[in-house]
Design a protein around this ligand. Structure first.
Ligand SMILES: [Zn+2]
Length: 144
């Protein structure tokens, strides 16, 4: 059974979420009952949530760094969502760089969208620009 992770906005617990169940019904936090910030299989995380999730995940984590004012970021979103549905052996997250200004500096992100691939708590690779869905799968292959 495929699973993913989401971090609760209210209590900051990292929740392990069954992927099929998450697609059928909006998942809630196992600790406090708050709705988890998930769209399909893509989870929104803040800077703290990203670090927690990367530390806890037993799967590679694919993180899209974006902002609402960025046109290419918005056109990337559907492809990123598609990739999350096709690669259920990875965790897909989105980080709003406007709401989390420190995160870009911390990770040395110069432009958006940029996609970072993490495994075992560490960055493995990154690619800037809008990535075709198939390319996300290719970049994941050595990590799964
Ligand atoms: Zn919670």
């Amino acid at each position: 059974m495929a699973h993913t992770y989401s971090v609760c906005r209210k209590c900051e617990s990292v929740n392990k979420v069954d992927s099929d169940r998450a697609l059928a019904k909006a998942p809630t936090c196992g600790k406090c009952g708050e709705n988890l910030p998930m769209h399909g299989l893509v989870t929104e995380v803040n800077a703290v949530g990203l670090q927690k999730l990367i530390a806890k995940s037993d799967q590679p984590v694919v993180a899209d760094f974006w902002a609402s004012w960025c046109g290419p970021c918005r056109s990337y979103a559907p492809q990123f969502e598609q990739a999350s549905l096709k690669n259920r052996n990875a965790v897909f997250v989105k980080v709003d760089t406007e709401a989390n200004p420190s995160v870009s500096q911390q990770l040395g992100i110069r432009g958006i969208p940029t996609t970072l691939f993490f495994k075992n708590g560490r960055e493995q690779s990154r690619q800037s620009g809008v990535l075709p869905e198939a390319m996300i799968g290719e970049m994941l292959r050595p990590l799964v």
